[in-house]
Design a protein around this ligand. Structure first.
Ligand SMILES: [Fe+2]
Ligand SMILES: [Fe+2]
Length: 317
């Protein structure tokens, strides 16, 4: 059971339900009549979901406390406006909820996924490339980077925005790559390079964020630049196991895997572009399924078909 399934029930049925929810953020707004209201986001399944509070007592309660990043036990109901489904908080059942159960923290079995990750590295990579992975994962002094990688989120709200999401996203990419390689044996020559590139491509996110929240200075460099640092600061160690040419190509995957998205560097090698395509495929498919699962943009089109809105596309389910 994941903590906010009841929220989805409310969105579908429009009924009043009670559930523990995680408050991501909120602000005070001004209503047309001059009074205050609250608008913000809670986590619902693997997505962020808008909420509003109109009730003046609950508005005062939220204004006089800081519930950001806290769990509350609330009553709420779904509302729909312009195809966007929000929830309206109508009741505070319990002022604060102590989360001590693992069942509330993630829908992912990340301990199991981590075992799969270890098994993948030892069975699919050549010994020299296993060493390169180990060097990168030991690059930050006094930080257990494997442990951080196991529990960190892949993003605040895009895809795999849950505890263990970074590991889950990386494993999905490795498995997608395996299928592509099985269908084109010419890739086998570059197996170690591409697989290691996937393993390390988002590792720098453990410095960008903590529990899915971006840290101060997160954007001064980027998770891509951070990832390169893990290799470059151990230059002589890395070169004991792979050539400088291989190391540069590995770094090209880490630096170019966003291929010009936002302010990122474009892919400069074929390996960087392949990893970008796999990264994008996993991210896009996951976002589609998250939207479908959370039901927050479901509506009917003129023909009576159910439609979801994702990235400006209106897609029939
Ligand atoms: Fe990335
Ligand atoms: Fe990624």
């Amino acid at each position: 059971m994941y903590f906010d399934l009841n929220v989805t029930d409310a969105m579908v049925a429009g009924q009043v339900v009670q559930s523990v929810v995680y408050i991501d953020s909120y602000q005070v707004g001004t209503k047309k009549d001059g009074g205050d209201y609250i608008f913000g986001k809670i986590r619902k399944l693997r997505k962020l979901c808008n909420f509003k509070i109109w009730d003046s007592n609950i508005v005062s309660f939220f204004k006089s406390n800081d519930f950001v990043h806290k769990y509350l036990y609330l009553g709420f109901k779904g509302s729909e406006w312009n195809g966007q489904r929000d929830i309206v908080i109508t009741q505070v059942v319990n002022k604060e909820f102590e989360v001590d159960s693992k069942e509330f923290e993630s829908p992912l079995e990340y301990e199991e996924l981590f075992k799969d990750f270890g098994a993948y590295i030892s069975s699919k990579l050549s010994p020299n490339w296993v060493q390169v992975v180990n060097i990168a994962f030991n690059a930050i002094p006094d930080v257990n980077m494997f442990e951080r990688f196991k529990v960190e989120w892949a993003a605040h709200g895009m895809h795999d925005a849950v505890k263990g999401g970074l590991l889950n996203h990386t494993l999905k990419m490795l498995r997608i790559y395996d299928v592509i390689e099985e269908n084109d044996s010419r890739l086998k020559e570059y197996s170690d390079l591409i697989r290691t590139g996937i393993i390390l491509h988002d590792l720098g996110k453990i410095e960008e964020m903590e529990n899915g929240e971006y840290k101060n200075d997160a954007y001064v460099l980027s998770h891509r630049a951070m990832g390169i640092g893990y290799l470059e600061r151990n230059y002589t160690e890395v070169l004991k196991y792979i050539s400088r040419g291989e190391m540069l190509r590995l770094e090209s995957i880490i630096l170019g895997h966003h291929n010009g998205l936002g302010d990122s560097e474009f892919a400069r090698t074929i390996y960087a572009l392949i990893v970008h395509l796999i990264d994008n495929l996993d991210a896009q498919v996951t976002m589609l399924m998250d939207s479908l699962e959370s039901k927050d943009t479901l509506k009917k089109n003129g023909c009576g078909d159910t439609v979801i809105s994702v990235n400006q596309h209106s897609l029939i389910v």
